[in-house]
Design a protein around this ligand. Structure first.
Ligand SMILES: Cc1ncc(C[n+]2csc(CCOP(=O)(O)OP(=O)(O)O)c2C)c(N)n1
Ligand SMILES: CC(=O)[C@@H](O)[C@H](O)COP(=O)(O)O
Ligand SMILES: [Mg+2]
Length: 657
């Protein structure tokens, strides 16, 4: 029977011999490859932490000793060891196993936020909280990658942790990579430790010779681990942490369970803050991952479990590729254009621009705050920075956007990829807050292009603006077919034009297609509805406010938060202008959305043509004998939450059709 079948809780590990633990690690590796190649997910990071996670659960008593995984994308092995291997066929799916820690799944999971660099803050709070409440026997463990270590929050936490005696073990999972090789001085420092010439060959030689020694070999080998774990203080420079007076153990071979157990036990025994520096290999044990230089299979879709080749790769262009192409062309015509990324050069589509203009791209590590203020500095010298970032990670740089870029009216363009509902990466990855957050910046102009032609135009306009910031947002995945305007008036693209001032649907970005299809459904019901796309939706234009005047109803549809979104700002502007027309808002509710596919989440929150049309029909109070229920396709998925009308709807006047 496979050893893995007998592992249902961490305690089950403790009855295995060291050889059995090594065999278990191999079984887990095969399990990961078999399952994650089917579902997609963070295969590379989790292949790199198999032995580390086994050692953590051998030395610490989870959940009594919390283990906090930074970013959380590398917690699959933790889930396997805590009784959840059966859920892996449903990984990252609706009602399935989350791809990140989940309190609803297990008491072993403490932190669900998948935004990097937060684990040390969490660990500090947990340790301090336990101490204040007399639970001094609990050691808090943070597992943080070398990439996440480049985030500013880490150093805020370390500055505070360093002056405590709290029982905390900070495991640096150092594989030298974020997606790409980790950048910056910190990474160079870790690399120096990792590759210290005085460290590796010496110890490897000793280790090999001892292992060959019969009988006394194994005990001596165990002893060496203890020596090895301590040797770091002697053989290789590691001032970074010890200069903060934080004890340092390592570097330890992150794939040697015995060495890890010794180092973690030593760290636990210190009783105060300790760093354990584990050297791991992202993608370890899967040749295709190990050889995929771009990101070592950091995040994959379904692949062949042997070759690693994508299964059914989409040939359709993506927003990210379209952006990348635009940047290459803009870079050629505009020598002042520079680009920034926070450790996601390829994921945001800047790789080609970087290849063409290597001196004009800056990867700052997972440091969005720094990226934004760095961009302000660059702009202050007359350059035009484009900061490409996933929408949800823009949250990290709000103050820098408001006070460094906005306050100085600097020509910085922020390009938010993965804007809107992303779905399978869970609540903290939906890019739904950017409009509400960035929309508060005085002078910032915000566009949500609906297709590639509009993206081209928006980038042209944004990168030539000199008197303030711009933000352009687009959804994850494939580029939609072009959706041309029927006519454009005063900067407003009319996608469905009706002379009749009955219902006006105002939509932008990915919701334009939804709006057009909803208008067709309404037309079938004899309800005339026009559709207009403002493209540059914020600040709300006077032309849009004036256009809304005289309609029986305005509906706004957006793939971002209703509160603070386009619709709520339009309603406010209409109210200020005395345009007394009821407004119904369709968008993302102020909730943390559960893990599901983008399509499933959009259906659940009523952002489908059928749901929008049904709701508009209900709102314009059609003849109550014709229940809307009989007349429109209910394209919600079974069991979906019924659409909840937005609170801001005012009672519509009885329409005439
Ligand atoms: C604030 C923030 N920015 C960007 C990301 C996207 N992201 C997810 S994992 C990752 C790389 C993490 O590298 P590391 O911490 O070294 O972990 P590894 O994948 O190497 O185990 C990045 C940039 C994020 N999750 N959070
Ligand atoms: C863990 C993390 O933040 C990213 O790796 C995230 O999974 C992005 O996924 P996509 O690039 O597939 O949108
Ligand atoms: Mg890493």
């Amino acid at each position: 029977m496979p050893l893995l079948d007998s592992i249902n809780r961490p305690d089950d590990l403790r009855r295995l011999s060291s050889d059995e633990l090594t065999s278990l690690a191999a079984e887990i590796r095969r399990f990961l490859i078999t399952n994650v190649s089917r579902t997609g997910g963070h295969l590379g990071p989790n292949l790199g932490v198999v032995e580390l996670t086994i050692a953590l659960h051998l030395v610490f008593d989870s959940p009594h000793d919390p283990i906090v995984f930074d970013t959380g994308h590398q917690s699959y092995v933790h889930k396997i060891l805590t009784g959840r291997r059966g859920g892996f066929p449903t990984l990252r799916r609706k009602d399935g196993l989350s791809g990140y820690p989940s309190r609803a799944e297990s008491g072993h999971d403490w932190v669900e936020n998948s935004h990097a660099s937060a684990s040390l803050g969490w660990a500090h709070g947990l340790a301090q909280g336990f101490r204040l409440q007399g639970a001094s026997d609990r050691t808090v463990v943070a597992v943080i990658g070398d990439g996440a270590l480049t985030g500013g929050m880490v150093w805020e936490a370390l500055n505070n942790i360093a002056v405590t005696e709290l029982p905390m073990v900070i495991v640096v999972n150092d594989n030298g990579r974020s997606y790409a090789p980790t950048v910056g001085g910190l990474s160079a420092h870790l690399s120096a430790i990792r590759t210290s010439p005085r460290y590796e060959p010496t110890l490897d030689t000793i280790r090999t010779s001892i292992r060959r020694t019969p009988v006394v070999g194994r005990p001596a080998y165990e002893l060496l681990h203890g020596v090895k774990a301590g040797l770091k203080d002697v053989l290789a420079p590691q001032g970074l942490f010890s200069d903060l007076d934080i004890k340092y153990v390592g570097p330890v071979d992150g794939h040697d369970i015995g060495a890890l157990v010794l180092a973690l036990r030593q760290a636990k025994g210190f009783g105060g803050p300790v760093v354990v520096h584990a050297i791991t290999q992202k993608g370890r044990g899967f040749r295709a991952a190990e050889q995929y230089e771009i990101d070592l299979f950091h995040s994959i879709g379904p692949i062949d479990a042997v070759t690693g080749a994508p299964i059914n790769p989409s040939s359709h262009a993506t927003w990210t590729e379209a952006f990348g192409q635009e940047m290459v062309e803009l870079g050629e015509s505009n020598p002042k254009l520079v680009a920034l990324t926070a450790a996601m050069l390829h994921p945001v589509g800047l790789a080609r621009f970087a290849a063409m203009y290597p001196e004009r791209v800056f990867d700052v590590g997972i440091a969005e705050q720094h990226a934004m203020t760095y961009a302000a500095g660059l702009a202050r010298t007359g350059l035009h920075p484009v900061f490409a970032v996933y929408s949800t990670f823009l949250n990290r740089a709000l103050d820098q956007l408001v006070m460094d870029v906005g306050l100085h009216h600097l020509p910085v363009t922020i390009v938010c990829d993965r804007a809107g509902v992303t779905g399978s990466d869970g609540a903290s990855h939906n890019g739904v807050w950017d409009v509400a957050l960035a929309g508060i910046v005085p002078g910032l102009r915000l566009a949500a292009p609906r297709d590639q032609p509009r993206l081209h135009a928006a980038l042209e306009a944004a990168t030539t603006r000199r008197d303030g910031p711009t933000l352009i947002r687009y959804a994850k995945g494939r580029l939609p077919d072009p959706l041309p305007a029927v006519t454009t008036r005063e900067g407003l693209d009319h996608l469905v034009f009706t002379e009749q001032k009955n219902v006006l649907i105002v939509a932008w970005g990915s919701m334009c297609q939804v709006a057009v299809e909803a208008a067709k459904l309404l037309e079938r019901e004899g309800i005339a509805a026009g559709v207009v796309d403002p493209v540059w939706g914020l600040p709300v234009s006077d032309a849009l406010v004036e256009l809304c005047s005289g309609y029986r109803m305005v509906a706004t549809i957006e793939d971002d938060l209703i509160v603070g979104g386009l619709g709520s700002r339009l309603a406010l502007a209409m109210s200020d202008a005395g345009v007394d027309v009821p407004v119904r808002h369709f968008g993302v509710p102020q909730e943390y959305l559960p893990t599901a596919s983008r399509a499933e989440v959009l259906a659940d929150i009523g952002l489908t043509p059928g749901a929008v049309a049904r709701s508009i029909i209900e709102a314009v109070a059609v003849d109550e004998n014709d229940s809307a229920d009989d007349r429109l396709p209910d394209d919600r998925l079974p069991g979906a939450v019924r659409y909840r009308p937005a609170e801001t709807v005012t009672e519509p006047r009885r329409p005439t059709r």
